[in-house]
Write a protein of this length. Structure first.
Lengths: 187, 187
């Protein structure tokens, strides 16, 4: 039994960051997070994810919270969630993940990921500031690696029960579309 | 003793894809690839990586090859490199990585990552079409996970010997700047 993971994405700039934030949301969904809070207002991200869910399954949700992100961090923290901030300046993932995973058995986790500049308060309020290596790279990659370590690789086998399903294949593309009837039999 | 990894990024559109391709290049560098070939012409990516190297170290290189990407794949293949194409339609990473890692002990690898549409020839010419899970997410995350599995997590401890180095810390940021003298003593 493990808790739920909520991703909080701060520093999103409308239009300019659409693609990077969309990648972030898709990674959060595919790697087993429960939902993403976006500290901005951007319906295009919400719609994009709804379209992905409609085709590929699951219940991942994006909610826009504008600039109230600190309020949300405090709320999650006071409800017992662990706050994990991913930053290249933090403690190495190898030195923190066992501890986080142990606590995850009884707590939910909020994963905070920023863009270029993250306010100091995020470092201070977080239970863990975690570095996916101490080199600059990508919050998308950092989120993927963190969730992969947290779920120990099992996230890549989640069955999303989508309308479309891929049959893994050595060459080309094989996608099957589930009929309503199949869905009824199967559920 | 393992081989070298070259990342080939196809489908880059000038300006529009700057940020996603820059994330890709940064991940390739930070996760232990040797260089990236960009199937486009975009000096901003090359300059961005040169600036990162100047501050954070290492010799990672980006080369623009325009539309000659198929020629490059064929060239790498005929020189004995394994061609690994990352795609959500491929065989699951869990079912392929042991085989790829075994062959990596005596071969270099070219990792091909596309954008939305990848020409059929890439699926056909590749030695492995590998899925980092069969859900849509991000080529940035896919590259990070693939390299992490290939290098078995050791890539997150690479010493880039940069001018700037991060001292991992539980709160805030600690960065030290190496003097020229230190560099001379140290090398």
């Amino acid at each position: 039994m493990v808790g739920k993971v909520t991703v909080l994405r701060i520093g999103h700039r409308y239009v300019r960051d659409y693609r990077v934030t969309m990648h972030t949301a898709l990674v959060a969904r595919a790697f087993g997070a429960h939902k993403m809070l976006l500290a901005s207002y951007d319906d295009t991200i919400i719609k994009g994810i709804e379209e992905v869910n409609a085709r590929w399954g699951g219940y991942f949700k994006v909610t826009c919270i504008g600039d109230r992100w600190l309020e949300y961090i405090k709320g999650f923290k006071s409800s017992g969630s662990l706050i994990v901030h991913l930053t290249m300046y933090g403690l190495h993932i190898d030195d923190t993940i066992d501890d986080i995973r142990r606590r995850f058995s009884s707590s939910d986790i909020m994963v905070v990921i920023g863009a270029e500049k993250v306010p100091r308060v995020v470092y201070d309020i977080s239970d863990y500031n975690v570095a996916i290596g101490n080199q600059p790279h990508s919050e998308i990659a950092a989120l993927a690696l963190f969730l992969d370590r947290l779920f120990e690789g099992k996230e890549l086998k989640i069955d999303f029960r989508g309308r479309l399903r891929i049959i893994p294949t050595a060459r080309g593309k094989r996608v099957i579309e589930m009929s309503d009837e199949y869905e009824r039999q199967d559920t």
